[in-house]
Design a binder for this molecule. Structure first.
Ligand code: 9MR
Length: 568
C-alpha cells in the first residue's frame, strides 16, 4: 500500500453527498478571491466560481481561502477541484458515499476482539489471527486472571471484550464509552427509522444471520466482558468492577495477541469503572430487550448491583500513576459517571430512585458540553443525550431544558467551526491526545441537535466534521485508513505493524488515527514535530502513539457519525 503526497487544495478525499455541503479549503497567501473549477472525471468543467476569504486559521497558522460548490447537483466519481493552478485529490459525489465506511468503521471492533479467532472469511486473509488471551501458551490470560498483589486473593475469567487500542489491555472505562456509542448508534438509528442499515448481516461478524442487528452483536461482545469484570457476591467490594486488566509489563511492537507471554493482572476496582458498567448495562437492558430478554434482564441486574456498589464506595478513585504495562485511565472525578449511570438506569426503569439521583446531581444543570467535548473521563454528556432522546418521565419543563442544552451546545460547536479555515468543531486548545475522537464526539452532539430540531444546519455541521477527518484539514490528511489518497496507514498497533515487520498487515480500512496532539507525548512526535502548530502535530508513523494510535473510543464515535451520515 502507498499513499499519495498531500495536495494544497484540501477536500474530503472520499467525497461529498449530492444533497450535502461541499466545501474545500486552499492554503494561500492570497487575500483576494481566486477562481476555482470543479472538473469531472473526463476533465470537463462541471462548475466554477471564486473563493471567499477563510482568514488566518489559528490552529494551523495558515491563511486560507474557501471554495463552496454546495449548489452543484451532479453525481459521479473522479472529480477534482482546481484553485489557482493547484489541484485536489480526486473524490466522488454520490449518495452511497458512506456505505462502505459505515461497515468498515464498525467492523474495526470485530478485528479488535479478544478471545476469539479473527477469521479470514470475515476479515480477509491478511487480518486473520488465532484467538488471543484464552490461556493458551504462551498467553497467560484471560480465562483465569489473578489480581495484582493485595487487591484480591482469587482469579477471574475475564475473557473476551475488545483490545483497547494498539496495546492489548482491556479497560472498563474506555470499553464503557465505546460500547455505549455503538449501542447508542443503533438506538438513534432505530428512532430515525434507519435501523435496517445496522441490522442483521450488515457487518462482517461471526454472528451474521442470527436475526440480531450486527451492531448489537458487536456491542454485546464488549458488554459480556464488562459484566465479567464485576466482583461476585460474597467477595469484598461485591458489585464493583475492576478498573482494568492488562499485561504486567508493556510489550514491544510487534506482538501478536496470541504471542503475548506477559502475566495478566486485574487492577483495583474503581468507582468510575463500576459506574461505566452501571450505565452501559442499563442501556443494554433497554436496547437488547426486544432481541434477547434473558440477556437484557442479566444486564439490568448487573447495572443495579453496580449502582448500589458505587453508592457504597464512591471514593475508589483510579490514580493516574497506574500506568505500567497498560494505560492508567486515571479518573479522580466521578460525579459525571454517577450522573450518566443514573440517567441510563432512569431511562430504562423509570424508577423514582434513579430519577431522584438524576435531578439531585449537579451535573443535571451544569454545562456538560465543554469545548473539549465529552470523553472517557468526562461522561455526563452521555447521560444528558440519553435524557434528551429516550422517552422518560422528567417534567416537561425539565425535559425542554435538557433538550435545549444539547441544541445550544451544538450551536457552540457550529460557531467554533465557522471561525476557522477548516470547519472543525475544536478550539485551538483542543488538539489533545485523541483529538480526532473529540471531533467525532462533538460532531455527534451536532447530529443529535439535528434529530431534536430537524434544522438542516446541524446535518451540515456533522457532515463537515467528517470532511475534516477525511482530508479537509491543514495536513490534507485523511485520518481513516483506506478512505482517500493521502491517508493514515501506519497507526500504532502491535499486530497491524507492517512498518516494523513486512509480514504483518497495515491497519484495515476504517481504522481511525488519534490525530493531532500538540502536547507531543511520544519520542517520535518529539523528534519529528517540534514546534508544530496544534493542528499540524500529527505524523503517520507507527512509533507516534500519542498522535497515531487507534482506539476503540475513537472508532466508536467515527462509526456513530458515519452511520448518521450514511442515512438516506
Ligand atoms: O486516550 C487516552 C488519553 O486520553 C490519555 O491522555 C493517554 C495518556 O494516559 O492515554 C490514552 O489512552 C491510551 C491508553 O492509555 C493505553 N491504550 C492506548 C490508548 C490510546 O492511545
Amino acid at each position: 500500500a502507498a499513499v499519495a503526497a498531500p495536495s494544497a487544495v484540501h477536500v474530503n478525499q472520499l467525497g461529498y453527498l449530492p444533497d450535502g455541503p461541499k466545501r474545500a479549503t486552499v492554503v494561500t497567501a492570497s487575500t483576494t478571491a481566486l477562481p476555482w473549477q470543479l472538473r469531472d472525471a473526463s476533465g470537463g468543467t462541471a462548475a466554477s466560481g471564486t473563493t471567499t476569504a477563510g482568514g488566518a486559521d489559528a490552529a494551523s497558522g495558515d491563511s486560507t481561502q474557501l471554495v463552496d460548490f454546495s449548489s452543484y447537483r451532479g453525481t459521479g466519481t473522479g472529480y477534482t477541484l482546481t484553485v489557482d493552478g493547484r489541484t485536489s485529490h480526486p473524490f466522488d459525489i454520490r449518495a452511497g458515499l458512506y456505505d462502505g465506511l459505515r461497515a468498515d468503521a464498525m467492523s474495526f471492533f470485530y478485528q479488535q476482539r479478544s478471545g476469539t479467532p479473527i477469521e479470514a472469511r470475515l476479515a480477509g486473509a491478511a487480518y486473520a489471527r488465532p484467538a488471543g488471551h484464552l490461556g493458551v501458551a504462551p498467553n497467560q490470560g484471560d480465562t483465569s486472571v489473578p489480581c495484582q498483589p493485595g487487591v484480591c486473593d482469587y482469579a477471574r475469567d475475564v475473557r473476551g471484550g475488545w483490545y483497547d487500542a494498539g496495546d492489548q489491555g482491556k479497560y472498563v472505562v474506555n470499553g464503557g464509552i465505546a460500547a455505549w456509542q455503538l449501542v447508542n448508534s443503533f438506538e438513534r438509528a432505530r428512532r430515525a427509522g434507519h435501523a435496517a442499515a445496522l441490522g442483521d448481516s450488515t457487518l462482517r461478524v461471526p454472528e451474521r444471520g442470527n436475526k440480531v442487528p450486527d451492531v448489537l452483536d458487536e456491542g454485546r461482545w464488549e458488554l459480556e466482558f464488562l459484566m465479567r469484570m464485576q466482583i461476585p457476591d460474597g467477595k469484598p467490594l461485591a458489585g464493583m468492577a475492576f478498573h482494568k486488566i492488562h499485561d504486567a509489563a508493556w510489550t514491544g511492537l510487534p506482538t501478536r495477541p496470541e504471542q503475548d507471554s506477559q502475566p495478566r493482572e486485574l487492577h483495583p476496582a474503581s468507582t468510575a469503572a463500576t459506574l461505566n458498567l452501571a450505565a452501559t448495562a442499563a442501556q443494554c437492558a433497554r436496547v437488547y430487550a426486544p432481541y434477547d430478554a434473558a440477556f437484557a434482564a442479566r444486564c439490568l441486574a448487573s447495572a443495579r448491583r453496580a449502582w448500589t456498589a458505587a453508592q457504597a464506595h464512591p471514593d475508589r478513585l483510579a490514580p493516574d500513576s497506574d500506568g505500567t504495562g497498560g494505560g492508567a485511565y486515571g479518573d479522580t472525578r466521578v460525579g459525571d459517571e454517577f450522573y450518566w449511570a443514573a440517567a441510563e438506569l432512569y431511562a430504562t426503569t423509570k424508577e423514582s430512585r434513579y430519577r431522584d439521583a438524576v435531578t439531585a446531581s449537579p451535573f443535571h444543570t451544569a454545562d456538560v458540553f465543554t469545548a473539549a467535548g465529552f470523553a472517557w473521563h468526562d461522561t455526563a454528556a452521555l447521560g444528558r443525550i440519553t435524557l434528551a432522546t429516550v422517552p422518560n418521565g422528567l417534567p416537561a419543563t425539565d425535559l425542554t431544558r435538557v433538550r435545549a442544552s444539547v441544541v445550544s451546545a451544538a450551536d457552540g460547536y457550529l460557531a467554533t467551526m465557522g471561525r476557522q479555515g477548516y470547519a472543525v468543531p475544536l478550539t485551538t486548545d483542543g488538539y489533545v491526545w485523541g483529538s480526532n475522537g473529540q471531533v467525532a464526539n462533538n460532531a455527534s452532539v451536532i447530529a443529535v441537535a439535528h434529530e431534536l430540531t430537524r434544522q438542516p444546519r446541524y446535518r451540515t455541521g456533522a457532515l463537515e466534521a467528517l470532511d475534516y477527518l477525511l482530508g479537509r484539514n491543514v495536513l490534507g490528511q485523511s485520518y481513516i485508513t483506506g478512505y482517500g489518497d493521502h491517508t493514515a496507514l501506519n497507526q500504532h498497533h502491535r499486530f497491524w505493524a507492517h512498518q516494523y515487520d513486512a509480514s504483518l498487515p497495515n491497519p484495515p480500512a476504517g481504522s481511525f488515527a488519534g490525530g493531532p496532539n500538540a502536547a507531543l507525548q511520544d519520542p517520535v512526535a518529539q523528534e519529528k514535530l517540534a514546534g508544530c502548530k496544534p493542528a499540524k502535530c500529527y505524523i503517520d508513523d507507527i512509533g507516534s502513539y500519542s498522535t497515531n494510535e487507534v482506539a476503540i473510543n475513537w472508532n466508536a464515535p467515527l462509526a456513530w457519525l458515519v452511520a448518521f451520515a450514511a442515512e438516506r
